[in-house]
Design a protein around this ligand. Structure first.
Ligand SMILES: [Zn+2]
Length: 319
């Protein structure tokens, strides 16, 4: 299996696809800027256009995986130096509300914006479909349960894969890739353990509550790398489209290793990497980096076409 890189990869992919594949798009649902739009809208649009040029009809299913089990903010010994010894600062997006004392959940606010953005593809290619899936909606899916429990059971094995594939230092402690949300205070600050009878014990460091229960009794924070495995299997994914920064991080091989570790029966899938969008200060665009810019589909498409073949796209805020 080989990665498909940027526009050249897209062109090669178009010759190999039938047009009816299931496509994986994953996002932290708390914004939608140009850096997100490249893998979510522009590259899918260009892929459909390329298929059409070859006489095929795009009928793709685009699955938008909204990670509402993602941390609101990272904490750990030093999330920049040790990006794999991290945990949520407070809680997950499932329990985060829009600022100003509003009762609107942050995912409820952003899901329609993201879906509307991706549906731009459908307005050009009428037979494509866009479907949004939250982790919380997948909680009762058997693959989600299986791989979440496997992740909870094997943090050391996951750490060794990350150590080998990303070439980053991974400390022995703290090491967790799944944590429960405390049912009492709704924070993710504590210790979650899987017992031999598959029951879960969570000790909350914030309110001191000790909860014992079944998998179904909790909500979770689930680190995004192992989280990809249940999504791939449950939705029979054929192709993932994602930012080129994930390739640089070693995600391509990490994912293969995790599949082997979990002994997951996943059908072969391809990965298309899109150019990295750079914002202010030539840094990768991101909401957490505070250099995010949102421009229209047409405007962004024009910039991407002008830079076709390049592995980075620069977009700055207009003065
Ligand atoms: Zn608590």
């Amino acid at each position: 299996m080989k990665p498909y890189m940027y526009y050249k990869g897209l062109q090669k992919l178009a010759t190999e696809l039938r047009g009816n594949e299931n496509i994986y798009l994953g996002i932290r649902p708390y914004g939608f800027h140009s850096g997100n739009m490249l893998p979510f809208v522009i590259y899918p649009y260009l892929l459909c256009a390329e298929l059409k040029k070859l006489g095929k009809t795009p009928k793709f299913n685009f699955y938008i995986f909204l990670n509402d089990w993602e941390q609101d903010k990272l904490d750990g010994p030093n999330p920049i130096t040790y990006p794999y010894n991290v945990y949520p600062a407070n809680t997950t997006f499932q329990y985060v509300y829009v600022k100003n004392g509003s009762k609107t959940n942050i995912v409820d606010k952003w899901e329609p914006v993201i879906v509307k953005g991706v549906k731009t593809i459908t307005s050009y290619f009428k037979q494509t479909k866009v479907l949004a899936v939250r982790n919380s909606h997948m909680k009762r899916n058997k693959f989600m349960k299986r791989y979440l429990l496997e992740t909870l059971k094997n943090p050391d094995e996951i750490a060794s894969i990350l150590r080998e594939r990303t070439k980053r230092t991974v400390l022995e402690d703290p090491l967790s890739y799944v944590l429960a949300v405390c049912p009492k205070c709704l924070l993710v600050r504590g210790q979650t353990t899987l017992l031999s009878n598959n029951k879960i014990v969570h000790i909350c460091k914030s309110c001191d509550m000790i909860t014992k229960g079944e998998y179904e009794d909790f909500d979770y924070w689930f680190y995004h790398k192992p989280l990809a495995i249940p999504r791939l299997e449950a939705y029979r994914i054929d192709l993932c489209i994602t930012g080129g920064d994930h390739f640089t991080e070693g995600d391509f091989h990490t994912r293969q290793d995790l599949i082997r570790l979990f002994n997951a029966k996943i059908k072969p899938f391809k990965v298309l990497y899109t150019p990295v969008v750079l914002g202010y200060n030539n840094e990768r665009m991101g909401k957490s980096k505070k250099n995010d810019v949102a421009i229209s589909f047409q405007e962004l498409l024009k910039i991407v076409k002008k830079n076709i073949g390049s592995d980075t796209i620069e977009i700055y805020e207009k003065p």
